[in-house]
Unconditional design. Structure first.
Length: 203
């Protein structure tokens, strides 16, 4: 009966047939695109936006919006997984690979603390940001990224829980050691692999 009701209202939490294996343990299928933001949604105009890499690097660098547009963009088809248990399959973004950006600064440390306009931070190992695993995305499904979803630009790291994909991204600092960001200081896992259910500190 409850299954009938959820189907009747289009709210089935079951993935379409054949896609079950793409839902990590403990997650459910979400057809929409929920918005999850801790705190207010910042307004970031493209002419005031820049992306900067500093910290332990050979040379620090920043890109204005205009400079960023001249970089090579890639289409990124992907599945995304939020720690609040929804997974969205077969979505797509367009952005610049972190390989391109980090390739211009000569990183000397193995970790990064990513920062956003508005103050959000999250930490990642550089090995989770390189080799075609992470992008600075400015489009979602062919449209400019909406403000709610982090526009004008967000980090996209589809292989980790989506809290690592910082919205309204402003830059990253390369570090010698792994330092917790906002959620990681509040009980969430330092790494966040959805296939290993790395949700909280002791997972
Ligand atoms: N700047 C910023 N980035 C953020 C967050 C946030 O609160 N602020 N929330 C994170 C969390 S917990 C998730 S699940 C995703 C949600 O992205 P969405 O709102 O586009 O679905 O953004 C992540 N990036
Ligand atoms: Mo999340």
């Amino acid at each position: 009966m409850s299954d009938f009701i959820s189907r009747a209202f289009g709210g089935s939490r079951r993935p379409p047939e054949g896609m079950e294996a793409r839902i990590p343990p403990g997650q459910y299928y979400e057809a929409g695109f929920p918005v999850l933001t801790a705190g207010p949604t910042p307004t970031v105009e493209t002419d005031a936006w820049s992306f900067a890499i500093d910290g332990v690097v050979g040379q620090q660098r920043s890109w204005s919006w205009e400079e960023f547009q001249a970089l090579p963009f890639e289409d990124v088809p992907c599945d995304i997984h939020c720690v609040t248990k929804w997974s969205k399959l077969d979505t797509s973004f367009r952005g610049v690979s972190l390989d391109t950006l980090l390739g211009e600064v000569e990183p000397l440390g193995a970790f990064a603390l990513v920062r956003s306009y508005g103050g959000y931070t999250t930490n990642l190992a550089l090995e989770d940001l390189t080799d075609g695993k992470a992008w600075i995305a400015t489009e979602h499904e062919g449209e400019p990224l909406s403000r709610d979803h982090g526009g004008p630009a967000r980090l996209l790291v589809p292989h980790l829980y989506f809290w690592k994909s910082a919205k309204w991204v402003a830059g990253l600092r390369v570090l010698d050691s792994d330092e917790p960001g906002f959620w990681e200081s509040n009980g969430y896992h330092m790494h966040g692999d959805p296939w290993r259910e790395e949700r909280y500190w002791n997972d």
